[in-house]
Write a protein that binds this ligand. Sequence first.
Ligand code: SAM
Length: 286
Amino acid sequence: MSFKYFEDLWNMWYTELHNGAAGLTLKIKKVLYSGESPLQRIDVMETYEYGKMLVLYGSIMFTERDEFVYHEMISHVPLFVHPRPGRVLVIGGGDGGTVREVLKHGEVDAVTMVEIDPQVVEVSKKYFPTMSVGFSDPRLNLLFKDGAEFVKEDRENYDVILVDSADPVGPADILFREEFFSAAKERLRDGGVFVAQTESPFYHPDIVKNTYSILKKLFKEVHMYLAWIPAYPSALWSFCFCSDSLHPLRDFSEERVGKSGLELKYYNPEVHRAAFALPNFVKKLV
Ligand code: SAM
């Protein structure tokens, strides 16, 4: 059997299964870090196709090639709807991508970020400087706690709350429960906006259905929006925009996007509007 020397003798693959029977596989150049925090396994790998990626408990959190989609969409959709997003709370988000985007908004005076695992932040600082750039911003207050505990104990209120959680497994499971959503809502100022990442409608219909049924009990306005994230299961990813007074399209100010002067790679006013257009099979879930 003839080997194409380097090709055949030196390849290694990472596969993430989405439901035990389908998945994504990436050819790996190098494993840069493998470790375990008290909460989860943490890996950093360099891939041929997607750049470096952070993997927690064997699941892709982000890749350098497509992280901009997720982090722009979880941040700029709510921040261009809320008229004065002075105080922002981020639950999770240990890689720093969400706070990086939030801090691009000049109106944001203060960001509190509550991440349960300090080791994720350390790994991100070391291997992903473009992701963790926001950690040195003086407006950021970074706390290492369980987000569900934090929202119960905290007495501050916020204009925008973003839940950049991992999947509903392990420590993140509580972030998909009614007790967390209800306590988080107590931390929202009048006229505030709450956004959570809500998994894939294609692979996780039950999680989506359950999450939206809870949020619809708590908020007057509950609207799913979608983004295309190729490294995530099925690439069809969802977020939930919640508020008691603001609507993601009626109260969206396109002029503010122009005036912000932000140079973004995915988000723009047309994408903002189109993201809320749902395919029929997804509409049935929410
Ligand atoms: N964008 C990714 C996604 O959609 O899968 C998630 C980004 S970020 C890496 C998810 C973060 O949530 C992780 O750093 C994890 O440690 C953190 N996390 C999990 N459970 C948490 C909890 N209960 N409170 C705060 N942070 C939590």
